[in-house]
Design a protein around this ligand. Structure first.
Ligand SMILES: [Zn+2]
Length: 93
């Protein structure tokens, strides 16, 4: 049984607003949004590309993508990342 944080009255399982005091009931498991998942993916890719870029300096061609391609990928990821951030900030305000 869930209880309202404001007035402690018992709430139905999927009630979103308290029937007694009208307070918003906080969601139990807020779903991870698509945007935050996407951001995690971009961050992971960014790290992979950083590693690849460093590797491409030391390893002979053929093992990893060329240095130029790695830098290109990094730039694209940076752009995507910054546009993600601007979108997230636009949503907040
Ligand atoms: Zn209440």
């Amino acid at each position: 049984m869930e209880r309202c944080r404001q007035c402690n009255s018992s709430l139905a399982k999927d009630e979103q607003i308290c029937w007694a005091c009208n307070a918003a009931v906080p969601e139990k498991n807020p779903k991870t949004t698509m945007a935050s998942r996407f951001q995690t993916l971009i961050n992971a890719l960014f790290i992979v590309f950083c590693v690849l870029t460093v590797l491409s300096i030391f390893l002979p061609a053929g093992y990893v993508p060329t240095f130029g391609r790695c830098i290109g990928g990094l730039l694209v990821l940076l752009l995507v990342r910054s546009s993600c951030r601007t979108m997230a900030e636009a949503k907040k305000s």
